[in-house]
Design a binder for this molecule. Structure first.
Ligand code: ZN
Length: 312
């Protein structure tokens, strides 16, 4: 049975960073955001984290052959139809309350096949999927043959909101597209909804480990050891030698989709990005702080962090 570590949370919360560090551990294969595999990779042939087009990546070709007898055999239309029918944030209450419909099980089955094949091809004990979406995490509860564990990555809603306002190019499209942007009001609403959904998943009996992005970067080594333990891995000290003071040395990965950080090879700075404290306009800080106040408080974030003048 494939042991799957699913990284969940609203985008721009640090899931890619966590995934890249996990992917360096022996026994782990990190797949990126598998939720986008069907369209961006099988259909659009975007770039793998290794830099090659998806169709030219040996790792993914072998996964496709093992899982489906080749990617050509995958009915992407069917997967999209199933996704539209079951994997929506508005469906989470129903997903959480039921035993899973035939559609939910069929949709989850496509992911289970990818996970099992990737574990085989990489000779890995643990597969990391950083898809993030809370609705997919609820769907995967019904994936047969998957030992699902969820790492819920939380970041201060105001840092997340600031990040969503920035323009970031998508390197895999060679400059043709930027990443999605959201207004602070929109990202605040999404932050509440997605984080609440992971709380609900934990109450349904799925092992969920919540980590705070800011804490993770305060002591990445200790945080990574705790996550490895959650995945039943026991890295030796030498396995963590890639973690240096202030940065990590990364090898090539085969992330299918996600944040541009998935392409980083070599030195990755391990530094908290707190630019929002200075750069997010005061009115937007107040708005996001107010909308997200109950959960910010529950996660231990100060409602009034240092004002911009004090932080400088
Ligand atoms: Zn690759």
């Amino acid at each position: 049975m494939a042991r799957v570590l699913y990284l969940g949370g609203l985008g721009r919360s640090g899931t890619t960073l966590v995934e890249r560090l996990l992917g360096e551990l022996p026994g782990v294969v990190a797949l990126g955001e598998v939720v986008h595999l069907w369209q961006r990779d099988i259909r659009d042939d975007e770039r793998c984290g290794c830099g090659a087009r998806f169709s030219a990546c040996t790792f993914w070709r072998r996964v496709g052959e093992r899982a489906f007898g080749g990617w050509d055999a995958v009915d992407v239309e069917r997967i999209h139809a199933l996704r539209d029918a079951v994997e929506r944030t508005r469906h989470i209450p129903r997903l959480a309350a039921t035993a899973g419909s035939a559609d939910v099980r069929e949709y989850a089955g496509f992911y289970a096949k990818v996970y099992a094949a990737a574990a085989d091809v990489a000779c890995a004990e643990v597969v990391v999927d950083s898809s993030k979406h809370s609705a997919l995490a609820h769907v995967l509860r019904f994936a047969g043959g998957v030992d699902l564990r969820v790492v819920h990555v939380v970041r201060d809603a105001r840092g997340v909101a600031y990040s969503w306002t920035k323009t970031v190019a998508r390197p895999e499209t060679d400059g043709a597209q930027d990443m999605t942007r959201y207004s602070p009001a929109r990202s605040a609403m999404l932050w509440n909804a997605h984080n609440a959904a992971f709380g609900l998943l934990a109450r349904r009996g799925v092992p969920v480990r919540r980590i705070r992005y800011e804490e993770f970067l305060t002591d990445p080594r200790a945080a990574l050891i705790r996550l490895a333990d959650f995945a039943e891995l026991t890295p030796a000290p030498a396995d963590l030698a890639f973690l240096r003071p202030g940065h990590a040395d990364l090898k090539v990965g085969h992330s299918a989709a996600g944040n541009p950080m998935r392409f980083t090879v070599g030195r990755l700075p391990l530094r908290r990005d707190d630019d929002w404290v200075r750069a997010l306009p005061r009115a937007q800080r107040r708005l996001v702080g107010a909308v997200c106040a109950p959960m910010l408080r529950a996660y231990g974030y100060p409602l009034n962090p240092a004002a911009p003048e004090e932080a400088c």
